[in-house]
Design a protein. Structure first.
Lengths: 170, 277
């Protein structure tokens, strides 16, 4: 049973997410135990704010936010969701006006139409493209080290699977 | 003084204006918060008779996926349990249930959106809960050990539920008096307003049926968000350059307000409740 920072509810396009430090299975009573740290994150600054209860997080799922779950099926670690959430916010619009260096994910996920057409996006690849931006923009994340660990773990897996060249330079 | 303060709260609930049949600024309203991203779609879906523009979790379970997500999932089992308990206590079917908040003169629940949609009418027969309905699935209202049960949740819902016409005044008096010291001084409208909806703490409205932009009297946004938006615009002109996320956020707010303008809905900047006041 791995305890990590995980998203409770999110609306990537609106830039809202609630995250708590818990086990993955939200149906387990221990995922809802008292005293679990819960944070609210919102665009455009993505600075985590502590909230008093997960109830406020689950309440978000009644309207625009999504129920808990993985953002992309390619994710190997749920903790990647946190970083990917911020990247998702940026990719969900017309990105041509931004410089490529500032906006790596947009090149990969252009818009809804592309997603619907191809239906084959790879969340992990998008995250790799977004990594420089995430590192530059989100150094204040309370759970940054957890995200970094997950990325490092994924990079190790990639190296083992694909050969000696590191895919992500950490 | 407690009696006088109780009457002041009752006056805010009744919200009588200076002219016969008019309303005063600073009366109770039913609000639904929505993000800038969702406002244009809400306005677009508001055209046509009987438009159902505001969607609940059950409506959303049947829609197409959004960027970055897997196909919509069914409503969670825990949410269904809470909704079943609400149905048992109030008779409202889960699919017809839309959750709002009671607000006075602020900008609603910022955690659920930077724009607060203020309803034209609050229905007398509407049900209220004195807190977030999810609280019945959490301690101390839920058992500390053992599985959750709809029966137990129903009991909890009955203990915190009331009707808008009959109980709103009483609920606000209790909420205000328990959140601030009742002294020998009169409570001001601002103090009462802060007690009604403060940060994460609010009264939940159980609205039956969806609504569209035509049901919205005005839209409010907080002074904090407006200042943030203006700061981004200023930095775009004069530097230092805002981040892509900031530019995108501001652009979406502009789009949201353009969409509301087309629907002839006014956007007002007001004070925000809670930590970003």
């Amino acid at each position: 049973v791995t305890i990590a920072w995980r998203i409770d509810t999110f609306d990537a396009r609106s830039g809202y997410a609630f995250t708590s430090r818990r086990i993955a299975d939200l149906d387990s009573p221990s995922a809802l135990a008292d005293g679990i740290d819960t944070f609210f994150i919102e665009a455009p600054h993505f600075i985590p704010e502590r909230v008093s209860s997960q109830a406020i997080a689950f309440g978000a799922a009644r309207a625009s936010c999504n129920a808990p779950g993985k953002i992309g099926s390619a994710l190997r670690e749920q903790t990647l969701e946190l970083a990917l959430f911020a990247a998702c916010y940026l990719n969900a619009s017309d990105v041509d006006r931004w410089e490529a260096d500032n906006f790596p994910v947009g090149r990969y996920w252009h818009n809804d139409k592309t997603l619907e057409k191809e239906n084959s996006y790879n969340a992990l690849s998008a995250l790799k493209l977004a990594l420089p931006w995430i590192r530059r923009s989100l150094p204040h994340y309370a759970f940054a080290s957890t995200v970094e660990e997950a990325i490092a773990s994924t990079a190790r897996q990639e190296r083992q699977a694909d050969g000696p060249e590191p895919i992500i330079a950490l | 003084m407690a009696t006088a303060n109780g009457e002041a709260i009752d006056g805010i609930v009744k919200d009588l204006g200076p002219d016969p049949g008019s309303r005063a600024g600073g009366g109770t309203r039913v609000v639904f918060n929505m993000s800038n991203e969702n406002i244009p779609a809400f306005c677009e879906m508001s055209t046509g008779a009987g438009a159902k523009a505001y969607l609940n979790a059950y409506d959303r379970a049947n829609r197409t996926p959004r960027v970055g997500e897997d196909p919509p999932k069914p409503v969670s089992e825990r949410r269904r349990m809470v909704d079943s308990a609400i149905e048992a206590a109030t008779g409202i079917k889960p699919e017809d249930l839309y959750f709002g908040a009671v607000e006075v003169n602020g900008s609603g629940m910022r955690f659920y959106g930077d724009y607060s949609l203020v309803m034209k009418v609050s229905r007398a027969e509407e049900w209220l809960l004195d807190r977030n309905s999810w609280d019945v699935a959490r301690t101390p209202l839920s058992p500390k050990t053992g599985p959750l049960s709809v029966t137990q949740m129903t009991q909890s819902i009955r203990a915190i539920a009331g009707k808008c016409a009959e109980h709103l005044g009483h609920m606000l008096v209790v909420k205000t008096f328990t959140s601030m010291r009742v002294s020998h001084r009169r409570l001001t409208t601002g103090q009462i307003s802060n007690a009604v909806l403060n940060d994460e703490d609010y009264l939940e409205v159980l609205r039956v049926g969806s609504f569209s932009a035509r049901d919205v009297a005005e839209v409010r946004t907080s002074a904090t968000e407006a200042a943030r938006e203006a700061s981004i615009a200023d930095r775009e002109r004069n530097g230092p350059k805002p981040s892509p996320a900031e530019l995108q956020w501001r652009e979406r707010r502009l789009e949201a307000e353009r969409a509301l303008g087309k629907m002839n809905i006014e956007v007002r900047v007001v004070t925000a409740p809670g930590r970003i006041r």
